[in-house]
Design a protein around this ligand. Structure first.
Ligand code: EPZ
Length: 436
């Protein structure tokens, strides 16, 4: 377990490079479990959630061989069980993708309910409903006993599936199950996040027939075999990129963020321009800076499924709003309860009140260092950002939660001038890795 110690108040300057997308690679690793041959995956971020997912994949029989920095050769041909019941399945949310993958491979899948969370209820009813429409049983809430899901299908058949809530996880899971089903599956009201497109691109490059990923209608024509045999490079992480854009912004620094896809950053870029930041961009980079005398304007954010403003940048963007003049609003429309970090920010000087799913942020505030806790991955990232902007020293406990989704965050931030260090050892508020 570790804590971060940040001495705030230093402008970040220089260049930083973004790693592969967490939420794409987790889906891709599960998809690799369905292949009929080996494949190579590149640009895999070295983060805790990926390490856990790789370990789970090994426990079901996949052979995973590191083949260079961020590169893994994956051979799923000896997968010998449809049971993903390693205790770590409960540690990460994305283990739920093994349901779709194992169902495809064995026509049955047994798995623990995926990890809990602390930003609202996280049902998987839409995943199960999709499998049910494709012919699987064991997919009703009442079928889940002792926290274990047991799904069986004599045959998986293509189906017309309408998602009544836009869900990233359900879209990917149904896409996985449909890839080798008999006939055509159509997912309507599908999620459009970049990681959905990336999982579909990975599968297509390995022999699948998926069209329309990135739109709200995805058509998957089942194929009998997924030969694999190719290398695939994971897209850059949209949320990590946004976090570094905000890190530059909250310190009034001048940072160029490389290896990102500027199009994915538009929901953040437009707001930062409104607030008064300078944004320059090229094919795969964005530079964030601000004029010396520029006062930040308040603005409003509403989180929405892609291409809306991502909920996974909501806590980080709230830190930015704390520094703007006047009243800003942050509306959270995806999760029921993703403002738990607000008291931590208040302890650093933020003036925020919550009404239903809206945070009213009264700025500008002067953050001052405090001892705070990373309550979840992105809440933890928000604490880092507030610590960078604060006067004095901030310590963040349960920093292991931040390591779940940010590769080498301490090293990367130090590389652009942050005074941050990782303190190993006793952590008063140690919380197990049990959420996502
Ligand atoms: C994914 O979670 C991400 N996780 C989350 O990233 C992210 O916050 C979320 O999508 C939204 O973008 C991964 O990709 C591994 P959803 P997921 O299904 O798939 C409701 C991060 O910080 N819903 O899109 O679990 C649900 O309650 C994280 O990296 C149902 O009602 O999210 C929520 O309100 C944490 N029934 C909404 O849909 C279902 O069966 C969106 O959830 C499924 C979801």
């Amino acid at each position: 377990m570790s804590r971060y110690r940040i001495e705030g108040g230093y402008k970040l300057q220089g260049d930083v490079s973004i790693s592969g997308s967490k939420n794409a690679v987790l889906g891709i690793l599960a998809a690799a479990m369905m292949l009929d041959g080996p494949c190579k995956i590149e640009n895999v971020p070295d983060i805790v959630d990926v390490q856990v997912m790789l370990e789970i994949c090994e426990t079901i029989g996949a052979k995973i061989t590191p083949a260079g920095e961020g590169i893994y050769e994956i051979d799923p041909t000896n997968i010998n069980t449809f049971e993903a019941t390693h205790p770590k399945v409960k540690n990460i949310r994305a283990s739920y993708y093994l349901l779709g993958a194992l169902l495809t491979r064995f026509r049955k899948a047994t798995m623990y309910m995926p990890g809990g969370c602390n930003f609202g209820t996280r049902p998987i009813d839409l995943h199960l409903k999709g499998f049910r429409k494709m012919g699987a049983s064991g997919t009703r809430a009442t079928d889940i006993r002792d926290g274990i899901i047991r799904i069986v299908a004599d045959e998986l058949v293509g189906a017309h599936i309408f998602l009544d809530v836009v869900s990233v996880g359900a879209t990917i899971n149904i896409m996985l199950a449909a890839t080798k089903a008999n006939g055509m599956t159509i997912i309507e009201n599908a999620a459009k996040e970049p990681h959905i497109v990336d999982v579909a691109n990975f599968l297509n490059s390995m022999g699948a027939n998926i069209k329309g990923a990135g739109t709200d209608t995805i058509r998957i024509k089942g194929v009998p075999v997924l030969p694999g045999g190719y290398s695939y490079s994971v897209i850059p992480d949209q949320i990590e990129a946004g976090t570094y854009m905000i890190a530059a912004a909250v310190t009034r620094g001048d940072v160029t963020i490389h290896n990102l896809i500027p199009k994915h950053m538009e929901p953040l870029t437009v707001k930062m321009l409104d607030m008064g930041y300078n944004i320059e961009q090229g094919d795969d980079w964005i530079r964030v800076s601000i004029d010396d005398d520029m006062e930040l304007e308040s603005t409003n954010f509403k989180t929405r499924p892609y291409p809306g403003f991502p909920t996974d940048l909501q806590p980080q963007a709230t830190v930015l709003l704390c520094l703007a003049n006047g009243m800003s609003r942050m509306h959270e429309n995806v999760w029921d309860n993703r403002f738990q970090y607000v008291p931590e920010l208040q302890s650093m000087g933020a003036s925020i009140s919550i009404i239903d799913r809206c945070a009213l942020v009264n700025g500008p505030c002067s953050f001052s260092g405090a001892s705070v806790t990373a309550l979840d991955l992105r809440a933890g990232a928000a604490m880092v950002l507030a610590g960078l902007a604060a006067s004095g020293v901030t310590t963040i406990s349960s920093a292991n939660r931040i390591d779940r989704g940010y590769e080498k965050i301490v090293e990367k931030l130090r590389g652009i001038g942050a005074h941050i260090e990782r303190i190993a050892g006793d952590d008063e508020h140690v919380v197990p890795i049990d959420d996502e």
